[in-house]
Design a protein around this ligand. Structure first.
Ligand SMILES: [Zn+2]
Length: 271
């Protein structure tokens, strides 16, 4: 099962603003957390953006960057598209949009919405059909969640609270798991800042020095099949001691062709 998470707005487009908050920052924070939770639950997850930029780096081109979101989902043949937004303009609470009622999109929306409402005691604005480009142009079931009103003081106070943002991320993940019939597994919410990954136990002594240099960060040893533990892969930065690249997006690779090369690479890093 593959999901495309779409943090609304980004880069040139802040989205709605209010009470010192920017929609683009809230949507990214929530989506990064949903991604970690879904991956913890074994679901493949891609993001239309993982930083403060317009998808496709099409800054200033609203139509282009909306299409970039759609195209990414299509190219990856995802099974569900989930766009995350914050509402504005008078109102309060949680709402989920679909392009038309009925079908799998509404089924997904119906699974997600009750969890959202519970994640901070929001009022329930229901599931609504709306003509939105990313919902209309995606061929897979697509939903768009509207998480509170940024220009409503009570909602904004909630959106400022990291605990409520985390609860909203968990709510999305639970609803998506329900939709796919996956039993939701608690945990996986504490994303490590940095982790060290060892190829074998033989790399332990070098690895502990690397961990100490990084504030005694978590240390993982690859199992016999040399796969990468999920919690290591979800760390924001991964320092690999020995063995091949993990293709982690923010990887420091301290490896050579032999264990002596690895020791030398670690010594050089520790200098
Ligand atoms: Zn928005």
């Amino acid at each position: 099962m593959k999901i495309c998470l779409d943090p609304g707005h980004g880069g040139y487009d802040s989205g709605a603003v209010g009470f010192g908050l920017q929609e683009k920052e809230i949507t990214l924070d929530i989506c990064l957390q949903i991604k970690a939770l879904l991956e913890y639950n074994g679901l493949v997850t891609i993001l239309t953006r993982d930083g403060d930029y317009a998808p496709g780096h099409l800054e200033g081109d609203l139509n282009g960057e909306l299409w970039a979101r759609v195209n990414l989902a299509e190219q990856n043949s995802v099974d569900l598209f989930c766009s995350v937004h914050v509402n504005s303009g008078g109102g309060t609470g949680e709402q989920v949009l679909v392009s038309e009622l009925g079908g799998n999109a509404q089924k997904a929306a119906n699974q997600v919405l009750p969890y959202l409402v519970q994640a901070g005691g929001w009022s329930n604005r229901g599931v609504t059909a709306q003509n939105v480009l990313v919902l209309r142009e995606t061929s897979m079931p697509a939903i768009l969640t509207e998480n509170g009103f940024i220009d409503n003081s009570e909602d904004a106070m909630k959106l400022k609270d990291p605990k409520i943002r985390k609860a909203l991320a968990v709510a999305h993940a639970k609803g998506i798991c329900d939709y796919f019939g996956v039993q939701y597994r608690e945990g996986g919410t504490d994303v490590l800042e940095v982790a060290v990954l060892l190829y074998t136990k033989e790399d332990y002594w070098s690895g502990t020095d690397v961990s100490v240099k990084n504030g005694n960060c978590a240390l993982f040893i690859r199992p016999d099949d040399h796969s990468v533990p999920k919690d290591a892969m979800s760390a924001k930065k991964l320092i690999v001691v020995g063995g091949p690249t993990t293709n982690h997006p923010n990887e420091v690779l301290l490896s050579g062709n032999s264990k002596y090369d690895t020791v030398a690479a670690v010594a050089n890093y520790l200098k």
